[in-house]
Design a binder for this molecule. Structure first.
Ligand code: ASP
Length: 373
């Protein structure tokens, strides 16, 4: 689970030395000295391929299975990520995803289809557990690219999607824990402001409502699934779906539904996406950047690593630097080329999933910095 969660706080990634991994490209050397990159083994791969964020092992397996059965690559990636959207244990996507600051789950997703160079996306979608499917219908059934909020929900209803409460008991308790500990100046008692009980407490009532007392600490979490696929004939699609940053301000859109930011593909070149701090992926147009870099001749691994470095270079706000000067943000970058070459990078240690001719597995990303202190 933790492989697809990237913490915002520098405290979780702080350290003193940079991780150095192999040779340095000239463009990187020009922009910033420090962490170096090497080409990943994925650059040598050719043929049908599906890549995803580290939480996407089941997704790439499923998408590859459908690819082999001749499905459109957009259907393959959407059905792949659906497994994670449906999983209540995954607290960053779909059902069971962590909610906004009001305790309401708002989901974002986008799909981009290479053969038609068309996208579909939904933002701030409530009550529908599979936003990627809704995004695919925006792509296929409308002349628009992005529907948000009530309009997205109305569209989903019209497409026959059933509404449901997307909070699980686990996500409700996580939100309650966060809410109660936000400030000592509000009327919610922080854990350390509550008096200990004089005896056993009734931790579970018949409705299954647990006391918040024993809930494990919850950090602000990010997490998302991105999945890109290339067919044997070089057709491409990409999809990114998320519940976004936990405890976000209601109405906030991240990078996942923004084409060019968290998801982008070009059927002549390849597909790319990212997971992590969406605001940074938006201002850097990270997914588009990776595809453009591949178009200019960079390998997928180089494209992903350059996009990661670019995000670090452009993190000018003082909040985005830790006390030790290391980046106080996390993001992972995934790229696949039309011929099946692939690569992934991250600011701090991360992982990605791939299904290629040799099967499905989770591999480490090329990290710019080590998460170890
Ligand atoms: N990129 C997502 C967002 O900012 C969150 C994540 O990937 O962890 O909404």
């Amino acid at each position: 689970m933790t492989t697809r969660r990237e913490f915002l706080a520098s405290a979780t990634v702080a350290g003193t030395s940079l991780a150095v991994t192999g040779g340095l490209t000239s463009s990187l050397r020009a922009t910033q000295p420090g962490p170096t990159v090497k080409n990943g083994a994925g650059d040598a791969h050719r043929g049908p391929c599906v890549i995803a964020s580290g939480n996407g092992l089941r997704a790439v397996e499923r998408a590859m299975e459908l690819l082999r059965q001749g499905y459109d690559p957009a259907d393959c990636v959407v059905q792949g990520v659906r497994i994670v959207e449906d999983d209540p244990e995954d607290m960053s996507v779909g059902y069971g995803g962590l909610p906004n600051e009001d305790g309401i789950v708002e989901l974002d997703a986008s799909v981009m289809h290479g053969p038609t160079h068309k996208s579909g996306a939904v933002g701030c979608l409530r009550n529908i557990r599979n936003p990627a499917q809704v995004a695919l219908l925006v792509l296929r059934r409308t002349n628009h690219c992005l529907l948000v909020g009530d309009g997205a929900l109305t569209f989903a209803r019209q497409m026959g999607f059933a509404e449901q409460d997307l909070m699980t008991e686990k996500s409700r308790l996580a939100w309650l824990k966060w809410k109660a500990n936000t400030s000592k100046d509000d009327f919610w008692l922080d854990d350390d402001q509550r008096d200990p009980p004089a005896g056993k407490t009734w931790d579970q009532d018949p409705a299954g409502r647990l006391s918040v007392v024993d809930t494990a600490d919850v950090m602000r979490l990010t997490g998302t699934i991105h999945c890109s696929a290339v067919t044997a004939t070089g057709d491409i699609a990409g999809c990114t779906t998320t519940s976004g940053l936990s405890w976000k301000i209601p109405g906030r859109l991240g990078d996942s539904p923004i084409i060019g930011a968290g998801n982008y593909c070009d059927n002549d070149v390849g597909s790319a996406g990212c997971t992590g701090r969406g605001e940074s992926a938006i201002v850097n147009l990270s997914a588009y950047t990776m595809v453009m870099l591949m178009e200019q001749g960079k390998t997928p691994q180089e494209a992903a690593t350059i996009a990661a470095k670019r995000m670090v270079d452009k993190a000018k706000e003082k909040r985005l630097k830790g006390p030790d000067g290391r980046p106080a943000l996390g993001c992972s970058f995934y790229a696949v080329r039309k011929d099946g070459a692939y690569g992934a990078a991250s600011i701090y240690d991360g992982s990605f999933a791939v299904a290629d001719s040799t099967g499905a597995r989770v591999l480490p990303t090329e990290a710019l910095y080590s998460s170890k202190r």
